[in-house]
Ligand binder design. Sequence first.
Ligand code: SF4
Length: 366
Amino acid sequence: MSSSLLDLYGLTRAELGALVSGWEISPVHAARLWRYLYLDGATSWADLPELPARLRAKLETETTFGHLAITRETHSSDGFTRKYLLGLHDAHRIETVLMRFKGRTTACISSQVGCAMGCVFCATGQMGYTRHLTAGEIVSQAVHVDRVLRSTAVDAPALAEGDHVSPHHRHERLRNIVLMGMGEPLHNYDAVMKAVDILCDGTGMALGAKKITLSTVGVVPGIIRMTDEKRTMCLAVSLHGATQAERAALVPAARAWPLEALMEACRYYTEKMDRRIFFEWTLIEGKNDGPDQAHAVGALLKGMQAQVNLIPLNPTNGYTGAPSHTGAAKAFQEVLAGYGLPSTVRQRRGIDIGAGCGQLAVAEQA
Ligand code: SF4
């Protein structure tokens, strides 16, 4: 696939209509093409049977629909998680994860090749930054996962005890997206938001904006812009440290956007949007999992619409820290509860295939 071709997955429905109209072809065919792309799961030009020959010819010579080649696919031993290494047109590769648990289907998708933010415990950060993904490359990951779901029957581990497998369940659709894969989504704001708009189009994938969670390391201008644009997806902010010094030691981006400015942006978001923020806290044994840190988090977030997601550290080659024990996580939660802050401890899934939080990286030998 050449990058000089226009990626149809990078076009909004209005842009696709304008493209087809510009060729002096009826908009009826643009609507049909949109359906092929998002509802029928087309994978090749042969899957677009009812288009006029002139439109077919134009599409085949000037556009592509951005297939991401599966370079490698791995399944976690617990059956809940699948990780895809997907090839881009310029030979770079990204990782996309499908999680299925108790009937909930979620895709964890990437927004960049690598990442410039350099969080010390994150495999993607350890890779460094290569380039932004286009809106089409972001949409294509969701389309890929949706196709996988539609082509596979539900297997037992994805079901809760007592779940009834109806014919409908056999053809699941993608319903949730977390922008928590490789990259910092707010560093690639325009492409990410365009992709979200395409995925939420009610006549296509029709994902609910509130079923999409964007996770940021704390890019302050992006949080403010999301608020001003009234972006209604869920917002998760990686905190990891409750003082500027402790946070900057784990998250170098905190030097560009200090804690005080970040908290001001977060308050702006929660007050103007009247929505809560999910604060992510990677629990690292002996480093940021003690009662002092828990009280500092409590004091920092007290009174805000906030929930804290505690994530025991997932192993990566470039960082030697260890995950906190269950007892430390529970004690941390109890302290937070004393400040009126709800919290969860993230279930460890997909760790054996490097698909957990902070583990996504493209191995050199892949
Ligand atoms: S945690 Fe997120 S922002 Fe930080 S380096 Fe990894 S991918 Fe980038």
